[in-house]
Design a protein around this ligand. Structure first.
Ligand SMILES: O=c1ccn([C@H]2C[C@H](O)[C@@H](COP(=O)(O)OP(=O)(O)OP(=O)(O)O)O2)c(=O)[nH]1
Length: 154
């Protein structure tokens, strides 16, 4: 069963009323990066390639076509007994952009990242809502203890 937006908001804590949706909580844009060095995924290890932040003017990123790594501004917590899924805000799709996301594991905490595909130039303001996190009840063994645990937290 998927939980309500208010349930998700209560777990995340620090979210504005405008982020709370009926079925989930909108995540906002923290920063946009361009990858500048290759990463590497091996059988037993992985390395994330170097990236640099895209310059923003008056808090707005003006993005040309391409692929960008975005960091969400909001601290996500996935409670035990649950799994998280993140979907792009439909306004992104309506503007020829897509946000690619993966599974958010039980026990994960951090400011996560995703891949933004820009198929037509777009302007995105830092702090704008770009995605929606939903939580579903889920059985699991163990909780997330990978290298991204507590990423991008102060
Ligand atoms: O779109 C997503 C999906 C998940 N996460 C976070 C939550 C998740 O729990 C964590 C690790 O994701 P995953 O398990 O897919 O990463 P991995 O590449 O397999 O790394 P690890 O070996 O640390 O599990 O990253 C994101 O930041 N963005």
């Amino acid at each position: 069963m998927f939980k309500s937006g208010q349930f998700v908001a209560d777990r995340l804590g620090d979210v504005r009323d405008t982020q709370v949706q009926p079925n989930g909580v909108d995540l906002t844009l923290g920063a946009v990066y361009e990858q500048i060095e290759p990463g590497r995924i091996e059988r037993g290890n992985k390395t994330v390639g170097e990236r640099r932040e895209v310059e923003r003017e008056d808090g707005v990123y003006a993005l040309d076509r391409g692929g960008y790594v975005v960091e969400y501004a909001d601290r996500v917590v996935i409670p035990e007994g649950h799994v998280g899924f993140l979907y792009p805000r439909s306004s992104l799709l309506r503007n020829s952009c897509m946000l690619d996301t993966a599974v958010w594991d039980a026990g994960y905490e951090g400011r996560g990242e995703g891949l933004l595909e820009v198929h037509h130039p777009i302007e995105l303001e830092a702090g704008a809502r770009i995605a929606q996190l939903v939580l579903a009840e889920a059985a699991h063994e163990g909780t997330y203890e990978g290298s991204y645990q507590r990423e991008n937290l102060d």
